[in-house]
Design a protein around this ligand. Structure first.
Ligand SMILES: [Zn+2]
Length: 73
């Protein structure tokens, strides 16, 4: 009596091995192509935010040191 070699059951692939990052914009799993975003749309949104933010930043430099009026002498 010879038992035929039992084929090992296929191990379930571990999808979490490559834990996909979440899109910081909408929270969907990020796509490799648009990392770290899930789509070009979200990538654009982020870029827009960054750009608008960068351009919207008012250039106001408040100097702590007050200007002294009226010099000596
Ligand atoms: Zn997204």
């Amino acid at each position: 009596m010879t038992d035929p070699a039992k084929p090992d059951p296929p191990k379930p692939a571990t999808p979490e091995a490559d834990a996909p990052r979440r899109c910081p914009i909408c929270g969907k799993p990020a796509e490799v192509r648009w990392r770290p975003f899930c789509s070009k749309r979200c990538a654009d949104i982020d870029l827009n935010r960054w750009l608008s933010g960068a351009y919207a930043v008012p250039v106001v430099e408040d100097d702590e040191t007050p200007q002294e009026e009226g010099g000596e002498g």
